[in-house]
Design a protein around this ligand. Structure first.
Ligand code: IMP
Length: 195
């Protein structure tokens, strides 16, 4: 079965290909020579995943999926949330270091440092059926940046049950418990049962 993954991100593509069985042939937007940026301006993760998946579905008319992820800090009213990539800088390039520092600063006097990463995948099948899969990993925000692996908020996120940040723990552990892996595994179970 062929599935178009609405991403230009080669790291995500590798992760998805590793998780889904080989009977699913995954093609990215780069494989499809689609280089435009899709504007994600919804205020929910589901909304943004739908925008991306629907854009690709309308274009190619084939089964496809898109993901949207972010970090949610309840004591900050859910921030950085859907704005995770551009928390420190609304325009211009994504600056992960600035995002981490801004979040540490925002939590400076906060006792509740709990947080979770979330991924929502929107799958649209060739017949137009729409399904959502949501994965989360709960944890806390550290007091300072630690570790050099991963990306984004990994240097300040300590998953529950561990004492180190994702950036210290590395890909093997992260890929077992991450929000993205959980959502992908849910989609995998659904697809394997359906096809
Ligand atoms: P995306 O929707 O997967 O592109 O994620 C949006 C933003 O959320 C990223 O730019 C990061 O700031 C943050 N984020 C999502 N997933 C992760 C993760 O696994 N580790 C660290 N940051 C993440």
């Amino acid at each position: 079965m062929k599935l178009v993954f609405a991403t230009h991100n080669s790291k995500k593509l590798i992760e998805v290909r590793e998780i889904l069985p080989t009977q699913f042939q995954i093609e990215s937007l780069v494989d499809r020579h689609f280089h435009e940026e899709i504007i994600e301006d919804a205020d929910t993760f589901n909304g943004n995943a739908l925008i991306k998946a629907k854009t690709i579905f309308d274009l190619f008319g084939e089964s496809c999926f898109a993901d949207d992820s972010g970090l949610v800090v309840p004591s900050l009213g859910g921030l950085p949330g859907v704005k995770s990539a551009r928390y420190a800088n609304d325009e211009g390039p994504v600056d992960h270091l600035a995002n981490n520092l801004k979040l540490l600063d925002a939590l400076n006097n906060e006792r509740d440092r709990s947080a979770y990463f979330i991924t929502v995948i929107c799958l649209i099948l060739k017949n137009g059926e729409i399904k959502y899969f949501e994965g989360r990993v709960e944890g806390t925000i550290s007091k300072s940046m630690q570790g050099d692996k991963g990306f984004g908020y990994d240097p300040i996120f300590i998953p529950n049950g561990y004492e180190n940040t994702f950036a210290q723990l590395g890909a093997e552990i992260k890929n077992e418990i991450s929000h993205r892996a959980r959502a992908l595994n849910m989609m995998k179970d659904y697809l394997v049962e359906m096809f």
